[in-house]
Ligand binder design. Structure first.
Ligand SMILES: Cc1ncc(COP(=O)(O)O)c(C=O)c1O
Length: 380
């Protein structure tokens, strides 16, 4: 197997130019000697709120806690049902169980890979008190339409920092939204980190208390909460990288356009985006009916590719108590089998995109084009 020449993602190259600035900021934190809930977190919360156009940002320890805390802050109680797509990272559903509620899995649109108003509607029960809509792979979900269903919508924007829909940034579309700053995310820290964003004062206030053991004054405890804070080191790094997020997202969009310009379409089914959406392309995920063979064939040509969520959430062992009836989520099952993520990063130039497409073309005699995956419309 040759060495990988075009990696699936590249978080290092974009950060290289910022190393000196990050070192300087980290040494300021060291000099100050304040590591938890200090001026860096406060400033980052203000700056990220301004970037997103929301009233509040609450920094927490990771994107999973962010979902659990945000759901509780939105009023989700033990015994409630919360709708969530089955095609997403495990944490989107795990966090619902950790909030004491029951995940109800819904299907996704096979072309956008995201939930729709219809797939969510089909999963609503009398006990549903909230909906988790994921901006999967950095592509905005149709959250304004889903909000028309009249239930609180939590936007899981973990993968979508830098995206927008209808001119509004992802992370500002739901009643509240959550982010992960895991290092490989589009806005990544140097360890774990996360945030809750909202325009609603009461939701932000409760989330702030819940991240600190359910306390507002650090002496009296109104709720059983969490020890879940963004730390000063991570906030300091994020304050350096946030001003670059838009240019990195532009470069990711240019890379996606370069795939189209290089003629990727006959070889795989590329991802579709909603009208008015500007995806952040956390991952560029195509489909092909023989995806795993294609991934192996690309690796043999030095190109990183990977299938995501091959075992979707409703088929994970820990989610067995919440699994719907067999065959209930056909688009999820099909996507889980046929998806393949192709290289994507702000550092991926048009020549590399063309090289990936050439590698796909070279596989054509082996994997006939008639085997392209076209999973058809979503059915819930
Ligand atoms: C869609 C989605 N939701 C939630 C999370 C959880 O974030 P974290 O790893 O920071 O807990 C992730 C992270 O991978 C994610 O991709």
């Amino acid at each position: 197997m040759p060495a990988i020449t075009i990696a699936l993602f590249d978080t290092d190259t974009p950060l290289r130019a910022l190393r000196e600035e990050i070192r300087a900021r980290l040494s300021e934190v060291l000099e100050r000697g304040v590591y938890i809930l200090g001026p860096e977190v406060e400033a980052f919360e203000r700056e990220f709120a301004a970037y997103l156009g929301v009233r509040h940002v609450v920094g927490v320890a990771n994107g999973t806690d962010a979902i659990t805390i945000a759901l509780r802050a939105l009023g989700v109680k033990p015994g409630d049902d919360v709708v969530v797509p089955a095609f997403t990272f495990y944490a989107s559903a795990e966090a619902i169980v950790n909030a004491g509620a029951r995940p109800v899995f819904c299907d996704v649109d096979p072309a956008t890979r995201n939930v729709t108003r219809e797939t969510v509607s089909a999963a609503l029960t009398r006990a549903t008190t909230a909906i988790v809509a994921v901006d999967l792979f950095g592509s905005p979900a149709p959250i304004p339409e889903i909000r028309e269903l009249g239930l609180p919508v939590l936007e899981d924007a973990a993968q979508a920092a830098g995206a927008a829909l209808g001119g509004r940034r992802t992370g500002s579309l739901g009643d509240a939204a959550t982010f992960s700053f895991y290092p490989s995310k589009n806005l990544g820290a140097f360890g774990d980190g996360g945030a809750i964003t909202t325009d609603q004062d009461d939701v932000a206030d409760l989330a702030r208390a819940l991240r600190f053991h359910g306390s507002r004054d650090k002496r009296t405890f109104e709720y059983v909460g969490y020890n879940s804070r963004l730390d000063e080191v991570q906030a300091a790094v994020l304050r350096v990288t946030l001003p670059h997020l838009d240019s990195w997202s532009e470069r990711r969009r240019a890379a996606a356009s370069a795939y189209a310009a290089a003629g990727i379409e006959p070889y795989v089914s590329p991802p579709a985006v909603l009208p008015g959406a500007e995806p952040a392309w956390h991952l560029y995920v195509a489909t092909h009916s023989r995806a795993d063979e294609m991934i192996r064939g690309l690796a043999e040509q030095g190109i990183g590719a990977r299938g995501y969520y091959r075992v979707p959430l409703h088929r994970q062992e820990a989610m067995a108590p919440y699994a719907p009836s067999a065959g209930a989520l056909p688009a999820t099952d099909e996507l889980a089998r046929t998806n393949l993520a192709l290289p994507m990063s702000p550092a991926l130039g048009p020549d590399q995109a063309a090289q990936v497409v050439a590698a796909l073309a070279a596989l054509r005699p082996v994997l006939s084009s008639s085997a392209r995956s076209s999973p058809g419309p979503a059915r819930a």
